[in-house]
Ligand binder design. Structure first.
Ligand SMILES: Cc1cc2nc3c(=O)[nH]c(=O)nc-3n(C[C@H](O)[C@H](O)[C@H](O)COP(=O)(O)OP(=O)(O)OC[C@H]3O[C@@H](n4cnc5c(N)ncnc54)[C@H](O)[C@@H]3O)c2cc1C
Length: 475
């Protein structure tokens, strides 16, 4: 049955103002336009909210959610809006609940390794405060300076240190959540182990705002290793590069990061960074960037030597130690792509490590078939590949949308056939909803829908994302 919602009325707006204060409820056109998209650049996906609400406390969030139920108006939770799956786009219009006012680190304990953060704390801010206190917050999406901890949990953000420390779900102890019916619940606990009931904090991690609004996160902190190095291994062929990660893991080097940059990705980003010069780019080579951290200087030196030997044995033509500029190159890749094409598409599929070469070898064929130009980087130590098709040939937004849709219909079954999934870290959002339903086993979709319906009987919490409860989705 098609889902219908009520429009936002002046009466609802007045009630919202009573909860959060006049200045924190916006209906001006300039605001609504600002919230019609997240990082998505194709206007095909844009949808404006009818009202944007800025609650300042968990209790205010709960009252706002209760009003949404009372008036049957959909809610789209939003942190920093850096998501790339259209997760924060209010596709049924209604209300955007923007969490930027809840931006304090409430506690940081460097002795017992935890911090309690409000949802709107920027990830980079948490990393910096932890470092200042002599510890580390290990979550590290490339967007750390511009995304927020609540958004990271909602999307189970990955990033560059996942090989050693895991993704955001591995960084959390506990959450405070406002459920879709407006109850405030605390899930999880600051415990090293727990066999007491269901692991609900993990259910909310990666739920993309469909099961509730996260207002507080208790994160794990870790000891800060004093020694580290970044080694760039240079390869003539992708096949050789893709074989290296598993060998590094097998050798017990225990890297923090293993990243891949294809030649055209390096060249594009160097150009964007004022023609930054990097070795071997003109020779068509690709890079595998390996970061190793250690608490012992000698161990660090030994691992460096071992890594270089391994790389050479596997066909590396050069290895060089890089400073933090290599991370600027890696992290600015998406901005460099955006500079060429605002509508660029970020693929985010993930495959088992032994299938990386087999999967990526199919990309040139797909490029040709759909007349695409792509550049590739990858969190290669996790099998998470970002192939970015760029709209280099100037298709209109609708033509581009159709091209990508056809590409996805071909790409994702190939990924699944190799035991992979369509998203390693960006989520499904609105953008991949149809493909997710098509590629996911029926029983799994049924289970997800049952959980969603049990928690959100009015289907008001970020509807049309991740799973289409009522089957009326039209992209
Ligand atoms: C340049 C660039 C680089 C990036 N690099 C990475 C990377 O390396 N790894 C990675 O994983 N991602 C990356 N991303 C994607 C993005 O930054 C992450 O998905 C990030 O976690 C989104 O956080 P946000 O605060 O911007 O959330 P938003 O975009 O605001 O929201 C994301 C989703 O979470 C929901 N949501 C937000 N806040 C809450 C809340 N408090 N409670 C419940 N639901 C909520 C929203 O409804 C939406 O569905 C990158 C993006 C850019 C632009």
């Amino acid at each position: 049955m098609a889902q219908t919602y009520n429009p936002v009325t002046p009466e609802l707006v007045e009630e919202l103002k009573k909860v959060v204060g006049d200045r924190y409820v916006k209906t001006d056109e300039e605001y609504l336009e600002q919230y019609q998209t997240d990082e998505e650049g194709n206007p095909h996906f844009f949808k404006k909210p009818e009202v944007v609400v800025f609650p300042g406390t968990t209790e205010e969030v709960a009252e706002v959610v209760k009003l949404a139920n009372k008036y049957l108006v959909p809610i789209t939770p939003r942190s920093a809006g850096t998501g790339v799956a259209c997760g924060a786009i209010p596709i049924y219009h209604g209300m955007v609940v923007e969490l930027q006012r809840m931006n304090k680190i409430l506690k940081l304990d460097a002795d017992y390794f935890y911090a309690v953060c409000q949802t709107g704390v920027f990830t980079g801010q948490l990393q910096a405060e932890a470092k200042k206190a002599g510890v580390m917050y290990a979550g590290d999406p490339s967007s750390a300076e511009s995304c927020q901890i609540g958004g990271n949990v909602a999307n189970n953000a990955g990033g560059n240190r996942a090989v050693r420390y895991g993704t955001t779900r591995d960084q959390i102890y506990a959450l405070k959540v406002v459920t879709p019916t407006g109850d405030i619940v605390d899930v999880g606990a600051r415990l090293k182990k727990c066999s007491t009931g269901l692991c609900l904090e993990q259910l909310f991690a990666g739920s993309e705002g469909t099961l509730g609004i996260i207002t507080e996160v208790t994160v794990k902190l870790r000891p800060l290793p004093p020694y580290s190095f970044n080694m760039v291994c240079v390869f003539n062929t992708d096949k050789e590069a893709f074989a290296l990660p598993n060998k590094i893991l097998k050798a017990g080097i225990d890297p923090t990061s293993i990243e891949y940059m294809g030649n055209s990705a390096i060249a594009m980003t160097c150009k964007y960074l004022d023609n930054m010069e990097m070795p071997h780019v003109d020779e068509g080579c690709c890079y595998v960037i390996v970061t190793v951290e250690s608490f012992d200087e000698e161990e660090s030196d030994r691992k460096m030597e071992k890594l270089c030997d391994l790389a050479e044995a596997n066909g590396s033509i050069d290895e060089f130690e890089a400073d933090q500029r290599i991370w600027t190159l890696r992290k600015q890749f998406a901005e460099a792509a955006r500079d060429i094409d605002r509508m660029f598409q970020t693929e985010d599929f993930v495959v088992p490590l032994d299938k990386i070469a087999e999967m990526t070898a199919q990309i040139p064929e797909l490029e040709k078939k759909y007349n695409l130009y792509t550049v590739t980087v990858a969190h290669i130590g996790d099998g998470n590949i970002h192939v970015l098709p760029l709209n280099k040939y100037g298709l209109s937004p609708e033509e581009w949308f159709k091209t990508i849709k056809a590409f996805h219909a071909d790409l994702f079954p190939r990924v699944y056939a190799l035991g992979g999934k369509m998203s390693g870290e960006h989520g499904i959002g609105y953008k991949k909803l149809e493909e997710f339903a098509r590629c996911t086993p029926e029983g799994e979709v049924k289970l997800i829908k049952a959980i969603k319906q049990a928690l959100d009987p009015n289907n008001i919490m970020n509807p049309g994302k991740l799973v289409d409860v009522n089957g009326d989705f039209v992209a």
